[in-house]
Design a binder for this molecule. Structure first.
Ligand code: ZN
Ligand code: ZN
Length: 601
């Protein structure tokens, strides 16, 4: 084995490194940089290497070269201070940087000041026309938010390549400047799949899903092959809007094109099916994954939780523990506890909370306490939930208290609700949903003056409402509706259908429910009556486009309101179709006049 370096094979373990090193020492080659470089590369860059060994070797070499330093810069690109002190060490030994020195150094830059110093060195040492160094520089200036410097460097590149342009697009995307990113993307003289992916994922990350789908369509039209990165981005777009048909198509493409289904892509597909309401398909894909990483287990357990299948989530978790191939983390337990909360499994929830701490040694974080509060509060044990809030080691955030607040409303505990509601608003003053919840608590006890004052706080503080929208995918096209919107080409027909729909459920007892008093004024557009909430438009469009008995799948960005919930139940009965609405919190499966959430959401 020890002769392997002469045959051109590098070491594959630290034991081999030490063996080869001693051979080199015996043969008097230990100061030969070339002979040392394989050992050096292994120690620095392999997962099984030992970076400290590399540093010791460096100290023993009489004349190390820039190549060896560059290897270390690559290894240290996550510890900026070490990289930079090695760099000055290198300069002190009168070694000059070369073209490969700056990219890894720039990656380890931890602030704008350091970046500017490295920029000065790039110029000083004559790399001002070296495109890889400049592309990296553009990227790093964007990371630190210095758009001006990034643009300036970009303009010094005499022939920007596809990487330079993509860096520019990604830079704006990073800061949410979607329109500027898109403007630049369209100016690109040539694009590769990385550039397309950068722009598509920019739309996805900023919830501009229809544009993501449109761009994806254009990409394919231009004959660019979908790779695993684009596939993953588009799968999250499908997940974002609940576009099952497109998601299925991409999954099929991944299989046909032989794209390697690693554990990350596998988890993305499982997640897509879960969040598009196809739990069975998700489970089938999950079971077929050759490599099940922690994230695929987590997605599948979370999928069961979202669909209110607490028992299934728990048995999957037990299986995970039996197979013992992966170790559960904090997210696993958030999903297990959420599963217990959504299914009212109070004792199980308590058990797994203790198990997490005592057996798995996971320190409970805010989310875990949030789940426990939700679990107890949903089950009507408001006092116990309150006790958890009082005794948790950190001060509760708005989502923990929000869980308690929601339960106060459902269980009609006005006093606790008022107290908690005020605290939640203090913690999360910009979130309109919090005001709505407190307003509703006042409204349900007939305290109209207080309702008015909640409304006044909102106006005074200029709280922005998050615009509500619903999405339904039909024939592979993603249709987005906003309350009262008339942008859809079939708007007139859709409004007629809403009217017909509401008339026919009135016959079976529908009475418009205006109990969510602030909902109308806050979460949906002011000028639009209850009847034209975005989910009603989406359902009407779905009814127009499907045959009787087909399932409609709607995704809503906000919590579904009480009136739309009631209407959906009756529509499922009158029209004989299942309606699945994914709202901000969970899935509602409406079937024959009932909802899977049992009116608790
Ligand atoms: Zn509604
Ligand atoms: Zn429901």
């Amino acid at each position: 084995m020890s002769s392997s370096i002469w045959a051109g094979v590098g070491p594959s373990s630290m034991a081999e490194v030490k063996q080869q090193h001693s051979v080199l020492l015996r043969r008097g080659l230990s100061s030969d940089n070339h002979a040392m470089s394989r050992i050096f590369t292994f120690c620095s860059l392999s997962n099984h290497g030992d970076i400290n060994y590399a540093l010791k070797l460096l100290a023993t070499l009489p004349n190390p070269d820039t190549f060896l330093y560059n290897t270390l810069f690559k290894a240290f690109n996550t510890s900026p201070s070490l990289s930079l002190s090695l760099y000055s060490h290198m300069l002190q030994r009168s070694l000059l940087p070369n073209a490969f020195t700056f990219p890894p150094l720039l990656k380890s830059s931890s602030n704008l000041h350091q970046t500017k110093q490295l920029h000065a060195h790039i110029i000083k040492f004559g790399f001002a026309s070296h495109i890889a160094a400049l592309n990296n520089l553009v990227h790093v200036y964007f990371l630190f938010g210095s758009f001006h410097d990034a643009r300036r460097v970009f303009h010094t590149i005499s022939h920007p390549d596809v990487v330079s342009w993509t860096t520019l697009v990604s830079g704006y995307s990073l800061w949410g400047h979607v329109d500027e990113a898109f403007r630049l993307f369209q100016l690109m003289p040539c694009k590769n799949s990385v550039s397309w992916n950068a722009m598509i994922s920019c739309f996805v990350k900023n919830n501009r899903f229809p544009e993501a789908f449109e761009l994806f369509r254009r990409m394919r039209e231009e004959g660019v092959e979908m790779d695993r990165f684009v596939a993953a981005t588009m799968l999250s777009a499908c997940t974002g809007v609940g576009a099952l048909e497109q998601g299925k198509w991409i999954h099929g493409y991944v299989e046909k094109a032989g794209i390697v289904l690693d554990s990350k892509l596998g988890a993305t597909i499982v997640d897509m099916y879960c969040k598009c309401g196809c739990l069975d398909e998700a489970f089938r894909v999950f079971c077929g994954l050759k490599v099940k990483g922690l994230s695929s287990w987590n997605c599948m357990i979370g999928g069961f939780a979202m669909h209110g299948k607490g028992k299934d989530a728990i048995s999957l978790f037990s299986l995970m523990e039996e197979e013992a191939m992966v170790v559960p983390d904090g997210i696993t337990f958030v999903n297990v506890l959420a599963a217990c909360a959504h299914s009212g499994l109070v004792e199980e929830g308590r058990y797994y909370f203790r198990y997490m701490v005592d057996v798995r040694g996971v320190e409970p974080a805010m989310e875990h306490y949030g789940c426990m509060v939700d679990l107890l509060a949903r089950a009507g044990r408001l006092e116990e939930a309150k006790k958890v809030v009082e005794e948790m080691p950190m001060s509760p955030d708005a989502s923990v208290l929000g869980a308690l607040l929601g339960a106060c409303r459902i269980h009609g505990n006005f006093e606790l609700g008022e107290e908690v509601g005020k605290r939640v608003i203090e913690l999360d003053p910009g979130n309109s949903g919090r005001y709505v919840m407190l307003g509703n608590i006042y409204a349900s006890s007939g305290k109209w003056e207080q309702v008015a004052s909640v409304r006044k706080w909102m106006d005074e503080r200029g709280v922005k409402k998050e615009p509500g929208f619903s999405i339904i995918e039909m024939e592979g096209v993603v249709n987005e509706f906003v309350a009262g919107g008339r942008d859809h080409p079939l708007a007139e027909t859709i409004y007629d259908k809403v009217y017909e729909m509401l008339e026919s459920i009135r016959v079976v007892g529908y009475v418009p429910d205006t109990d969510d008093v602030l909902h109308d004024l806050v979460e949906e557009e002011r000028e639009n009556p209850l009847f034209y909430h975005s989910e009603k438009l989406a359902i009407a469009y779905g009814l127009l486009k499907t045959k009787r008995g087909e399932t409609l799948r709607v995704t809503k960005n906000l919590r579904v309101c009480k009136d739309c919930h009631q209407a959906s139940k009756l529509i499922s009965k009158v029209y004989g179709c299942d309606i699945i609405i994914r709202d901000r919190n969970r899935f509602h499966q409406f079937s024959n006049g009932e909802c899977s959430c049992k009116d608790y959401w």
